[in-house]
Design a protein around this ligand. Structure first.
Ligand SMILES: Cc1cc2nc3c(=O)[nH]c(=O)nc-3n(C[C@H](O)[C@H](O)[C@H](O)COP(=O)(O)OP(=O)(O)OC[C@H]3O[C@@H](n4cnc5c(N)ncnc54)[C@H](O)[C@@H]3O)c2cc1C
Length: 425
């Protein structure tokens, strides 16, 4: 490949304790946690609406946050985000979970999960960020980390005023794609993505449904381009598995999906006066693009294992009973003293990457990353070396379940019946 050299003078702006790149649910949780720990925080988002895949990506479903037998596992800031997501819009919370009370049972029970309005949740997230005193810059790409060896001095952004430099103490890369950490030299691993493009549509039938039910949630009818689930069922043979980290791939994926959605619309709803597409995803619906090769990589074999450096307990969203702890080491690489990740780019492999990336765990790893960033600054230590018991104490004080209770591990005869239900996540 040919290269050009390009130099420019970049204005230096005000410094922050913590810069969080990317305002998906993980980045927002990280920013809130660091701010509540008393740090000045700059949150950078390349879109103009907050929430990432969970809002502008139209993925508006908190996957199950319980063990499938009446015990809530995923807590922490996720509880607060659920409230925010449904306070001003619809929900689909099962009746038994409306009060958020555990109701342990030996039988499998309905799971604690909900849909929400992606647009209203996005507005509520902006309100949260401003109320917390976090500085938010939208329409700003976190373009480059400025490195001094393996220490990051700050971040160059690309926004309306061109390129500008913000110094900082710690960077949380919550871009979902490890954009900054990869450019900083942190080792990363690429994923592959099946063909998915879900939009929301209203039809005359769905309008009639709403009029009868008086529940606006019934307005939504499905419309898709590619509609392949996370297991890759029915992935078309002629469509590549996209990594999603080059402009060409992102564009090809988007163009193919948008053209297919138009074709599907014409075929499914030929009467053009009978339906409308209400919204399209405004970020590509890639599940796993690029993650860090962290100090520990979570795998599916880690189910039911305890870790001394666990920062949160999470449950399997598809299979009842399966529980995991997330080691702090999945968020860091020991060679880089002030860089940390959260959300989709935490280190998990195979199905464990899916376990880590979905909305509820992404919020929890965001919370852990923000709390750890604050602690590293207070302890004046490398981020990988923060005092784990102190980090865990602070997270537990903020409602995180750090370790699951062994009493929740089911006996072998019950595990034999715990099969994936193959939902469409
Ligand atoms: C098709 C599909 C179906 C899914 N179904 C479900 C489901 O039903 N339930 C569920 O819980 N999860 C589901 N998920 C997973 C879930 O939506 C995401 O994994 C989760 O929302 C990831 O959150 P995040 O904050 O880590 O990353 P993202 O949501 O990707 O957020 C990253 C943010 O960073 C911004 N950004 C990126 N690069 C930069 C940059 N350089 N500078 C500034 N900003 C930047 C982006 O605009 C975005 O706002 C699904 C995912 C897909 C793709």
């Amino acid at each position: 490949m040919a290269y050009i050299q390009f130099s420019e003078q970049i204005p230096e702006k005000q410094g922050y304790d913590v810069i969080v790149a990317g305002a998906g649910v993980a980045g927002i949780a990280a920013a809130v946690a660091a701010r509540r720990a008393g740090k000045s925080v700059l949150l950078l988002e390349k879109a103009t609406q907050l929430g990432g895949l969970a809002t502008i990506g139209l993925i508006n479903y908190f996957v199950p946050m319980c063990n499938g037998r009446g015990v809530q596992i995923i807590k922490g800031l996720c509880d607060e985000f659920i409230d925010l997501s449904i306070r001003d819009g619809f929900d689909t919370l099962p009746e038994v979970w409306k009060e958020r009370k555990d109701h342990p049972t030996k039988e499998k029970s309905v799971r604690f999960a909900t849909q929400y309005s992606p647009t209203i949740f996005s507005l509520a997230l902006t309100d949260l960020i401003v109320s917390e005193g976090i500085t938010l810059l939208v329409d700003c790409v976190a373009a480059n980390p400025v490195m001094d060896g393996t220490h990051c001095k700050g971040v160059i952004i690309q926004g309306k005023a061109g390129r500008e430099y913000y110094p900082c103490g710690v960077v949380v890369d919550a871009t979902g794609d490890s954009d900054l950490l990869e450019r900083a030299g942190v080792p990363t691993v690429l994923g592959k993505n099946y063909f998915s493009y879900f939009g929301s549509c209203a039809t005359l039938e769905s309008c009639e449904r709403v009029t009868k039910s008086r529940n606006i949630h019934d307005l939504y009818s499905g419309i898709s381009g590619g509609n392949i689930n996370l297991y890759g069922d029915r992935q078309p043979a002629d469509v590549p598995l996209y990594k999603g980290v080059t402009p060409e791939e992102v564009s090809d994926y988007t163009i193919r999906n948008q053209r297919l959605m138009l074709k599907n619309l014409r075929e499914k709803y030929p009467d053009r006066f009978s339906r409308e597409i209400i919204s399209l995803p405004i970020m590509p619906q890639f599940r796993t693009t690029r993650r860090i090769d962290g100090d520990y990589t979570l795998s599916a074999d880690d189910a039911f294992k305890h870790f001394d450096d666990s920062v949160c307990a999470v449950n399997d969203f598809d299979r009842s009973d399966y529980l995991y702890e997330v080691p702090y080491r999945t968020l860091v690489h020991h060679s880089f003293d002030n860089l940390i990740t959260a959300g989709r780019s935490a280190a998990g492999e195979g199905y464990a990457w899916d376990i880590l990336r979905v909305i509820p765990p992404a919020i929890l790893t965001g919370q852990a990353a923000g709390e750890a960033a604050a602690l590293a600054l207070e302890e004046k230590t490398a981020i990988a070396s923060v005092t784990i018991p102190e980090l865990q104490r602070r997270l537990a004080n903020n409602k995180m379940m750090i370790h699951f209770d062994d009493a929740l591990i089911p006996p072998p005869e019950i595990m034999a019946e715990a099969e994936p239900v193959n939902n469409h996540f």
